[in-house]
Every structure is written in C-alpha cells, then in structure tokens.
Design a protein around this ligand. Structure first.
Ligand SMILES: [Zn+2]
Ligand SMILES: [Zn+2]
Ligand SMILES: [Zn+2]
Ligand SMILES: [Zn+2]
Length: 676
C-alpha cells in the first residue's frame, strides 16, 4: 500500500519540534534581517527562551500521513464529457530518463484526445500545460526492486499533494494563437496614451541576472523598491503582462506622484501597429552598461524615453517578529538618472492638505477611539487621550500618501473610448438629505453630474459593471450614486466626497473600467460541474425592498461556488452585484473550489470523474430571480448537480429546505409561488 505514506517531516506524529525563529537574530531585541546567529533570544515570546517549539506539522496538516496520489482531469465544455487519469505509485509512465519532470502536457494530451478537446480555455483557473506534475528522483530506475521503486514514486507524488486534483478545461475548437509580442506592446502603449499614464518597461539586475517588468505608472512617482520582476527577457515580460496586470498596484506606485489635472492633448504621431522589440531591447540593455542597477524605457506622450537607473541610497525597514524582536532590513533604493520631460497632458497642479489622521514619517495613526466620536477618549488604553496610536497598518484615510487632494480626475474607459473629468467641489453646492445612517448621521446626495453611475449608459453597460481599474473591485454605491454620509457638518458634502475618494489615489486620479465582466455563461459552469460530478451552489438575494435607501444595498447580489456533491450547504452572503461577476469570480478561483472539493483525509481517494457527452443544460437565472423576488430580502440558495436541483431559503444564518426536484423548473413549480 503506497497510496498513503508516513509524513517524513514529522515521522507520522502529526506534530514536530523545531528550532524557534528567534535563534536567527540571536539574543537581542533589534536584529539584522540577513543574519543567522544560532543563539536563543532570552525574552522570546514564542519559546520563552527555550529555543525549541512544538507545533502541528504543516506539511501533512497534522494527519501524520500524506497522500501519494494525483488526478489529472480534462473536461470538454462543448460536450460535457470528462476523462481523468489517476496517478499512483506503480502506475506512472516511465520518464524519458530519471530526473526529468513530467509536465501536464504529457498527461493532458491523451485525455484531451479522449474527450475531443482541441484547445484549452484560458482563464478557467490558473493552470498551464507547462506545469510540473511530478518529478522522479535521479535514483529512480525501471529495474529497481519493486518496493524501492514504488517508495520513490510514492514520495514523488506525495511532494505534490498540496494540489492533488488538476482539472484542465477546454473546448472542441482550437484555442486562438497567442498574440505577437510587438503587437501586444503597441496595444499597451495605446492604452497608456488613452488613459494619460506612463508605460514603463524596466530591466533590473538581480543576483547577476537581468529581469524585466512592464507596468503603468502615474508620472513622477518613485521607482518601486521591489518590482516583482520574473521575466528573463522582453518578449516573456510582454507575454506575462496583460493590461490588468500592468495596472495592478498603480495606487501603491503612485503614492508620491505629483497630482495634476488632465488637459486633453493629441499625441504627435500615430502608434505603430507593432513595436520594434529588438530596438527597444538594445536601447534598454545599452543603458544597463556601466553597472547601472537597472534601466527604463518610458512611453510618454507617444514616444519612448530612455534612462538608466542610479542608486539613491538605502532605506531601513523595521518589522516586528512574533518572537517580540524587531527585524531590520536595509533596502537599496534607485531613481531615474534622467526624468523624461513633463507630460504634455499635465494641466494645473491639484492643491492638497496634509492628512489629519496620521503623522508623516511615523507609525502614528488615528486611534480607534476617535472613530465615530467627536474627539479622543481620555481613558483610551492605546492613546491615553492623545488621539494617535502606533499602528502597523496603512493610514485608513490617506493610505499613507499623507495628502488629501482638493480635486480629482476621474478617468472612465472601456479600453477603446475614454472620458476624463475633473471633479472639484464648488462651495454652496446643493446636496439634499436623502436618508440617515442607523446612528442618525445624515446622508446627502450630490447633483447628477457627481454620480459615476451616469457613465454606465454612455459606455453601454450597467452601473454594476463599473470597476476600479487597478484593483479589480466594483465601484462602491456611494461613488455610483454620489451619496455622502456627513460626519462633520462643518465640511460641505461635495468636499467630503472628493476628499474621501481622492485620499490615497495616485496623483489624485481615479481609474474606472466600464465593461461587463469577462465571464462565460453560467450554463458552462453547470456543465463543468456535471462533468466533474460536483455541485454548483448559487446564492441569490433580491434587495428590492430597500430600493432608494442610500444606506442599504441596492439591486441584486449573487454568489456562485463549486462544491463536492455532499458538502454542507451554508448561508453565504452574496456580494457580487451581477450574475456575470459571480461566474467570473468562480471561474477565476476554480482551482481553489476544486481543492476544497477533494476529501481532506489522505486515505480517501481524489475524485477522478469520467463523463460521457451530455445534453446542454437550461439557463437558471430567470427562475432564480423569480424565487428571489418572492423571498425578497432573504438569500435563496440553489444547488445543481447530476442528481437534480435543491432549493433553500437562508434565515438567521441557517438554511431551510424549500424544494427538491429533477430540474429547477420542477422545483420552482413545487413552490407554488403566487402569480404562477
Ligand atoms: Zn524563541
Ligand atoms: Zn507531518
Ligand atoms: Zn485612543
Ligand atoms: Zn493619513
């Protein structure tokens, strides 16, 4: 029996005794991050100065045993067919030579042929054909004694048990070819011109290698300390960088960038349809000569500007360790040797005031005792009435930017069209009270030109399709409807609105994407679940009873997850404002849903579903909305699997069964809702 083996980390005990982390820094309070002292810290909060700690084994999750079993599954979304291969000791393909990695491609190809998959669907989970499946050690030989060979194979499989079920989702048609990198880069430049941002192509030296990154920046910000670069060359950096990827973290990078309004300008020349990568690559690498720590090409105002990076001294970073010690790291900073000329689109500087809720250069932040109170609590144990207390978190008001801008630029785009607006409060603007928070604080609504929701119609989408471009989060209701909870009656609502939104934005700029989520139909997800013999659990809540109340959720909310068929159904709070968004999230996190569907006990098998083609399934959202409308205000839960459909109603955190039938149609009929 080699399918489950004892955990080597804890010798099957489920817990282990290890050296405490405090020994790294040695017996002192402030320690150097790069040092290994091998000496116990006498005041250690974790081991009490003993030097060793007993803890549950993380490798086997306390089970003491590990599963030596993997399953690879391929599903054809067009037909609903699935094929799986269970990888067990003694049932592995002999590798071309020991020490070679078996990759997903080696196994997926055969399974894909069996179910008629000709191309994998991108974005269903994070899997790629190049992923490692297992790796037999050099000692492995086909002619070894069976016991020894099986033990090596079991160990190789157990190494991968953190990811025991690899599901690849595809279709009967070929996947579109990956785009040409020169063209992709030209597209990223085009977007930079559209949004009035810099596109930065950066090469940095790291451990004797050169690594590349591509990202958007608000002009004038600092060069990031750690750009998370991994790509070994320019083409692979482009391949690894989608538009969303290049936007991610823009607010962090632009924290110190100067704030200017946007003045629409035309860029001088048209962007070529494909960038000359060889030329760009040579120019950046030329700047890396003379041992520069890095070099950048910055796309601004329709052309590339080149500069080497120079060392700009070091910063000290202090982190508290759970042992009670303070760890000190010294990080090398870099700056651009030459700044490109100011962007042509810079209008006038945006005025700002310092953030009232933090002290620059310190860890002092507004104390909790001041939240929702007119002043600090003199008895407060954290601040003793000072109103400020040390905190490890970023300032809640300014996100550590330290500035509160007096105006902001709102940029809305669908990727092809764009709108730039300056939002600046005018004293004395009318803002009637439209509701009250539960504690009696009034909620005002600003005039229609402040309501972001109006952009939805211009771009042909729903207000719920407006999302923050740099963090992939939907825009909140206050921003959509320009509703403002006025905590301080001395500050006008419009100013409060601008300051709340603008604080912490990079260069006082808000970027909004107006596009429906890039999601397959819900029926594709149902088909996947039937093929894998799992359940799709959909939670729906109709908020129409709260319509018009600015303090309550408006519209509808959805939650969709994939679970094991026998998983317990709970009362989830649905957060997605559209069914498309809920499907997109479920598909994006598919690998995590699948992992949760694998039994935890190592001796229970990993699912290995096989499925013949099945007929298409009916689209359930219309019927679900009907049930939700009947039970407005309460989440309605529906589960779909091969056996049929079940309905529940969530009440006070529990789910109550409503109906069970072969189809949703039958289940809804059984409810005999009024009007049916
Ligand atoms: Zn310790
Ligand atoms: Zn263990
Ligand atoms: Zn306090
Ligand atoms: Zn602050």
């Amino acid at each position: 029996m080699h399918e489950v083996i004892d955990c080597d980390e804890c010798d099957g005990l489920g817990f282990r005794v290890r050296r405490c982390f405090c020994v790294q820094g040695g017996d002192q309070l402030v320690v150097d991050g790069g040092r290994y002292a091998d000496q116990v810290y006498v005041g250690c909060r974790v081991c009490g100065g003993d030097g060793s700690v007993a803890e549950p084994c993380a490798r086997c999750g306390r089970a003491g045993r590990r599963r030596a079993q993997l399953v690879v599954t391929v599903v054809n979304l067009d037909t609903g067919a699935a094929a799986s291969r269970r990888l067990l000791p003694g049932r592995l393909d002999p590798p071309a030579e020991p020490d070679t990695i078996t990759r997903a491609r080696d196994i997926v190809t055969g399974l894909a042929g069996a179910v008629g998959v000709r191309g994998l669907s991108p974005h269903w989970g994070q899997r790629a054909l190049g992923d490692e499946v297992y790796w037999l050690p050099r000692r492995w030989r086909a002619h070894l004694p069976a016991q020894e060979r099986l033990a090596l194979e079991a160990e190789a499989l157990a190494q991968q048990e953190y990811d025991p079920w690899r599901v690849y989702v595809g279709r009967g048609t070929e996947a579109p070819p990956s785009p040409e990198p020169g063209r992709e880069l030209a597209r990223l430049c085009e977007q930079a011109d559209l949004l009035y941002l810099d596109l930065v192509v950066e090469a940095r030296r790291r451990y004797g290698e050169v690594v590349w990154t591509i990202r958007y920046e608000v002009p004038g910000g600092r060069v990031p300390l750690d750009p998370h670069a991994r790509a070994q060359d320019l083409p692979s950096a482009i391949a690894a960088t989608t538009f969303r990827e290049a936007m991610r973290g823009l607010d962090d990078r632009g924290r110190d960038a100067p704030a200017y309004t946007v003045r629409p300008v035309r860029t001088a020349a048209a962007i070529p349809s494909s960038m000359d990568l060889g030329r760009l690559d040579r120019a950046v690498l030329a700047d890396l000569a003379d041992d520069a720590p890095g070099a950048q090409a910055v796309w601004r105002d329709g052309r590339w500007w080149h500069t080497p990076l120079r060392s700009a001294g070091s910063v000290e970073e202090l982190h508290e360790r759970e042992t009670g010690q303070i760890v000190r790291y010294v990080r090398q900073m870099v700056r651009r040797a030459a700044e490109p000329p100011d962007p042509a689109w810079w209008g006038e500087p945006v005025e700002h005031r310092p953030c009232p809720d933090c002290r620059p250069g310190t860890r002092l932040r507004r104390c909790h005792c001041r939240v929702g109170a007119p002043g600090p609590d003199p008895q407060c144990s954290r601040c003793s009435g000072a109103g400020f207390a040390p905190s490890g978190l970023a300032c809640f008001t300014c996100r550590d930017g330290g500035r509160i801008p007096a105006a902001l630029t709102v940029t809305v785009t669908d990727g092809r069209r764009v709108s730039h607006e300056t939002w600046r409060p005018v004293p004395g603007e009318p803002a009637p009270v439209v509701g009250y928070q539960p504690n009696g604080t009034p909620v005002h609504q600003l005039r229609p030109h402040w309501r972001l929701a109006r952009h939805a119609a211009v771009f042909g989408v729903r207000p719920t399709d407006l999302t923050h471009l740099d963090e992939d989060q939907p825009v909140d209701q206050d921003l959509l409807d320009a509703t403002v909870t006025v905590h301080d009656p001395a500050v006008e609502p419009a100013r409060q609105h601008v300051e709340r939104i603008g604080a912490g934005l990079p260069g006082a700029r808000l970027f909004v994407l107006a596009a429906a989520p890039d999601a397959p139909p819900l029926t594709d997800l149902l088909r996947l679940a039937y093929a894998l013999d799992l359940a799709v659990v959909v939670t729906y809540r109709d908020h129409r009873l709260d319509a018009g109340d600015p303090t309550k959720v408006q519209g509808e909310r959805w939650d969709i997850r994939l679970t094991a068929r026998d998983a317990r159904i709970g009362a989830e709070f649905p957060f997605c404002a559209s069914v498309e968004l809920a499907v997109a999230r479920c598909v994006e996190y598919l690998d995590m849903h699948l992992l949760a569907a694998v039994p935890r006990e190592p001796d229970r098998p990993v699912p290995a579903p096989q499925a013949a083609p099945s007929p298409p399934v009916a689209e359930p959202t219309g019927l679900l909305r009907r049930v939700g409308r009947h039970y407005a205000g309460q989440p309605v839960v529906a589960s779909f699997d091969r056996a049929g459909c079940r309905l529940w109603l969530a009440e006070r955190g529990e789910v109550q069964p409503l109906a069970r039938a072969a189809t949703l149609d039958d289940a809804v009929s059984a409810l005999r809702l009024s009007g049916s």
